[in-house]
Design a protein around this ligand. Sequence first.
Ligand code: URA
Length: 226
Amino acid sequence: MTGRRELYLQEMGLMPVWRARGTPAGAADRGDAGAMDWAELKATVAGCTSCDLHKSRTRTVFGVGDENADWLFIGEAPGADEDAQGEPFVGQAGKLLDNMLKSIGLKRGDNVYITNVVKSRPPNNRNPLPDEIAACFPYLQRQIELIQPKLIVTLGKVASETLLGREATISSLRGKVHAYQGIPLIATYHPAYLLRTLQDKAKAWEDLCLAKRTMQDICSKDSATL
Ligand code: URA
């Protein structure tokens, strides 16, 4: 984390920032993705056969939105609707995600980028396996480098654990500002989980409010230093 960002977070009363203890899956072996531009990265993901998920997918699901967004939302993996349409979060969980975005004044594609840890659908919507996450992680790393978001919101356990590089429950992660490679990161529940667990929607709302406040503070500090 840069000193300036740390200072902001301290002033915002959001310190300590909770850092990853381990290395995110796949971080050690980035292959060629680390030097790719958007076009190369998209083409490489579209043709990727690095794990067995390529055998059962219809198409890869790269990500959607503003490639210079301040906000980056990261889910787990495409489901059936996303596999059919090639866009993340277009099914029922996606409708809820759009409403969650709306509740804090955001809109898909408007200063917001949405993607997943894994770009191909796992069969029967099972969780992605560690080797599948490791194979795909360099693509997500490169997306983050190209977007340079001001804030990352991880949706659910798979995305949160992957970015933070350690096992944890969402209930233990939420309510704090973590960091991925110096970028503030807030973990909240996955929209699909919230569709099944209505009582946790209020907590997700609190997480979104924390995210909004964190972004406002980052932006006001950024403009104060201009
Ligand atoms: N769940 C996810 O994690 N991502 C999607 O794109 C859709 C459902």
